[in-house]
Design a protein around this ligand. Sequence first.
Ligand SMILES: [Zn+2]
Length: 361
Amino acid sequence: MRGSLTVATIFGTKVRVHFTFALLLIWVGAVYFGQGGWAAAFAGIAFILALFACVVAHEFGHILTARRYGIVTRDMILLPIGGLARLEHIPRIPQQELLVALAGPAVNLAIAAILLILVGGFPETGWQSLFDPEARFLDRLALANLLIATFNMLPAFPMDGGRVLRALLAFRIDHGQATQIAASIGQGIAFAFGLLGLLGGNPLLIFIALFVYLGAGSEALMGRVQHAIEGYLAGSAAITSLERLTPDQRIAEAADMLIRTTQKELPVVDGMGRFQGLVTADGLVKGLREHGSEAMVGDIMQTDIAMIAADAPLADCLAGMQDGGKAAVAVTGQDGSLIGLVTMENLSEFMLLRSAQPNHR
Ligand SMILES: [Zn+2]
């Protein structure tokens, strides 16, 4: 994600902080400074930092549990609304998805339990202490952790509770069906939140409702896409009628190819036909501006494009494009020779054709 900075690497996963998070700290500091000077400002910022340390711990609950099932997480990002661990994929085995989803809130429950033991029990003033800057730091942190755990267990995507619900349903019914049901329940909850927010004039509740509603919708769409391409191989959806470039060609020749063909992505292969990289229309324009038309294709091609074996599941292509927001993945043979490309556009064409003949699986 743009505008974020890597601040640490924990257990091999980069922890990134978005710049808006720094704005949140400044805002909190300023509000508390207005109320009680420097001491209040520092206390306020310290609390937010402690809170987000707990959010990082929550994400690592997911990350480390997923790693037990062989799922790599390259980075997690801290946003003002919380943390986001980018798991390579979500496990499709219900038991694994259940444990990965539960691990996050479980970390916050554990932190809350330890803190409550340390301070000698639930604060007498109850939940009130959470919003009282005069209350004890550890009391507030314990309550905040309880709140994080509860909020995340709402049975609605993109919350952990949505995944828990889907996993529980998937023990009994088909994964795709489970996703649709869980998404519908999530949208129902979002609707109720929105209504409560409107009636009570609470903008925060309306914001949460919108967030949940959109999250549930995109999860349902993703579920349908995955269901549609299940059982097909990467090779069956690849564009194979392609013109190719070599790394030593000039950018001018690539520009010419872009005009001459309907391709928006130009694959680059070596003399043996092995895939080397990809030139996109955007990359070409940028390359022309920065290096001029005499520069080499090899200097401007994207080399971090996923290579998917032709006999791998088609779902791998989708994952390859989503990972880092790439325009295409390369479908290759055993020896790395380029067979074709899979793009979002031709993947949706593929789905359209399949849905027109649903029984031709
Ligand atoms: Zn979580």
